[in-house]
Design a protein around this ligand. Structure first.
Ligand code: FES
Length: 287
């Protein structure tokens, strides 16, 4: 804690300096605006130029799914990402207008979850799991390899940085991610949230090379690849209405042999989980 009451100057490291500058009894870390977001504020593009009538209709459709409008905020943020490839200041204002919330309420949610991007994303988002099991199985090495492959030895790509121009074909935003809930298939990578299991450095390089060349390799499980914006539209809850188109665009195998192996062995051997009420609760020491 510091007694300084200096006001931080705006600039690239404002977030680091804001904590010290808060001073007194205030012990919070304020979040400085992302430079890309700050640019959006300055540009002040009219909302209807970005979010046209079709997007407004979709927003109303999302809101109608919930008894209380503010409950629609998470899919609404996916909807704005499907338009711009990130949550801009205009995207925050759009959600706030539609849901009758303040910009601060929307911004607080948008900056809490890592799935909401604060800078424009590439055509594809490549997420490398570097949590414990994947890291031990090669995830750390894969992430490092992709950093230099998509950047260079001297200037490796950083977290949430993009190789190429965001939104342009073949551009890739790279991130390392926490556990992606596929530890039995470690190390894993996701592209636009679809799984590529049992990865190696060579497989990962071949994957991003294919993406940069405009190809869409088939994920190991899940839906066929689309783009980051396409995936965001699905996350907002919009899918092809035609059943055949839905099956082509969205459907895919959801489980892996490895994931089911334990259940299959248990079935073959007649193992069942004990019924909960038959298990005595352990003694808890009184404190
Ligand atoms: S540690 Fe990578 S999926 Fe769990």
């Amino acid at each position: 804690m510091t007694s300084s009451t200096a006001v931080p100057e705006p600039g690239p490291n404002a977030a680091d300096r804001t904590h010290a500058a808060a001073g007194g009894d205030v012990d919070v870390i304020a979040i400085a605006p992302d430079p890309a977001v700050a640019e959006g504020i300055l540009a002040e593009t009219p909302l209807e130029d970005i979010f046209d009538v079709g997007v407004v209709d979709r927003a109303q459709e999302i809101i109608a799914r919930y008894p209380v409008a503010r409950s629609a905020l998470l899919p609404m943020l996916h909807l704005v990402q499907s338009v711009q490839g990130y949550v801009s200041q205009e995207g925050i204002a759009f959600c706030a207008n539609q849901l009758e919330l303040s910009d601060a309420e929307v911004g607080a949610v948008a900056t809490f979850y890592t799935m909401y991007k604060r800078r424009p994303c590439g055509e594809h988002l490549v997420s490398v799991c570097t949590n414990t099991l994947c890291a031990a199985m090669g995830g750390d090495a894969i992430y490092k390899k992709l950093q230099t492959h998509l950047g260079s030895e001297s200037e490796p790509l950083g977290q949430n940085e993009t190789a190429g121009t965001p939104n342009e074909p073949g551009s890739i935003t790279l991130e390392h991610a926490e556990c992606l809930a596929a530890c039995d298939l470690a190390p894993v990578i996701q592209v636009n949230y679809e799984f590529f299991d049992n990865q190696t450095e060579d497989k990962a390089v071949a994957l991003v090379d294919a993406l940069q060349a405009g190809k869409k390799p088939a994920p190991t499980r899940g839906a066929p690849l689309t783009s980051f914006k396409g995936a965001e539209l699905q996350l907002a809850g919009f899918f092809p209405e035609d059943d055949r188109q839905y099956r082509t665009d969205v459907d895919g195998p959801s489980q892996a042999v490895e994931t089911l192996r334990g259940a299959q062995i248990a079935q073959e051997r007649g193992w069942v989980a004990p019924v909960a009420q038959d298990v005595p609760l352990p003694e808890v020491e009184k404190k």
